[in-house]
Design a protein around this ligand. Structure first.
Ligand SMILES: Nc1ncnc2c1ncn2[C@@H]1O[C@H](COP(=O)(O)OP(=O)(O)O)[C@@H](O)[C@H]1O
Ligand SMILES: [Mg+2]
Length: 278
């Protein structure tokens, strides 16, 4: 194992957009050469406004989509997704958690099956061992054994995100790519899931790439922050440095447009909400 869990060198990604009635087909360069590195056990937050390329980059890092050019290195090894040579062992090293857990969980599968299926496909563990590991993982993400036989629709949004996190962790990955994982949740639930992610990171030594448009979330979870703007990295520094003194003009605008979120402001927002509900 290397100290650098993830590295990208000059990653680009083009999308071919079909022409409209009169328009000609176009190529949109969604990523214009992304260089980054994340040390094992650390969290890199990727921020930037909608459409700047965060999800495109997240899917390339998670080996779901190929880059147009450039190199992705996982655990020090260059990955060639186009050659179709991604081994199951490599595949399990990187897992992804999406914004909408309901969309990513099969509604017809019980939680127990959702969690044991990757184990059955990727390991030679017995059914009983798979079941035990899944039960343990339920507890680790703050659910209980009683949830094993329930279906995803029987859970709240926050609980469903816990199930998605459990599934992502069941094969003991190196890296989690989280694309807006708390953006669809209520504030109080967001805080619970962020705390859970922080605990799990400590327990398993996980490396996170955490995509978010919400700077209060980023401030809580990140070690380093990378700011993207139209497919380019405009600033990439430690969280403390970037929040204390954003350098790039776009970063300054982004930060100025976002309320300085502290525990106090979140509490105040919750209190205002509760009052409005009376
Ligand atoms: N499948 C696709 N086909 C064509 N263009 C796409 C596709 N996915 C994303 N794009 C374009 O690429 C750019 C980056 O999108 P995306 O990575 O989803 O940004 P973000 O996650 O930061 O909102 C946008 O201009 C978007 O319209
Ligand atoms: Mg996105």
């Amino acid at each position: 194992m290397t100290e650098t869990a993830l590295e990208t060198r000059g990653i680009t990604r083009d999308y071919h957009v079909p022409g409209g009635l009169f328009g000609r087909p176009r190529t949109v360069r969604a990523l214009k050469g992304i260089d980054l590195a994340v040390e094992r056990g650390k969290t890199l937050a990727i921020v930037g406004e909608s459409g700047c390329g965060k999800s495109t980059l997240a899917r390339i890092i998670a080996m779901i989509d190929p880059p147009t050019s450039g190199t992705l290195l996982i655990d020090g090894k260059p990955i060639d997704i186009t050659a179709g040579r991604i081994t199951p062992e490599l595949r399990r090293k990187v897992q992804m958690v999406f914004q909408n857990p309901y969309g990513s969980l099969n509604p017809r599968q019980k939680v127990g099956n959702i969690l044991t299926e990757p184990l059955k496909l990727n390991t030679d563990k017995s059914a009983a061992e798979c079941r035990d590991l899944a039960m343990d993982m339920l507890v680790k993400v703050g659910l209980s054994h009683a949830h094993y036989n329930r279906y995803p629709h029987m859970f709240s949004g926050g609980q469903r995100q816990r199930i998605a996190i459990a599934r992502a962790l069941i094969l003991n990955p190196l890296l989690l790519v989280l694309d807006e994982p708390v953006s669809a949740l209520d504030l109080s639930v967001q805080a619970q899931i962020l705390n859970l992610l922080a605990d799990l990171q400590d327990e398993f030594g996980l490396t996170y790439v955490f995509v978010s448009h919400d700077l209060s979330v980023v401030r809580y979870i990140a070690d380093d922050v990378m700011v993207m703007y139209y497919g380019e990295v405009v600033e990439h520094r430690s969280r403390d440095a970037i929040f204390a003194d954003p350098q790039h003009s776009y970063t300054k605008t982004l930060f100025a447009a976002t309320p300085r979120a502290t525990v106090e402001t979140i509490r105040a927002r919750l209190a205002a909400k509760a009052e409005a509900a009376l």
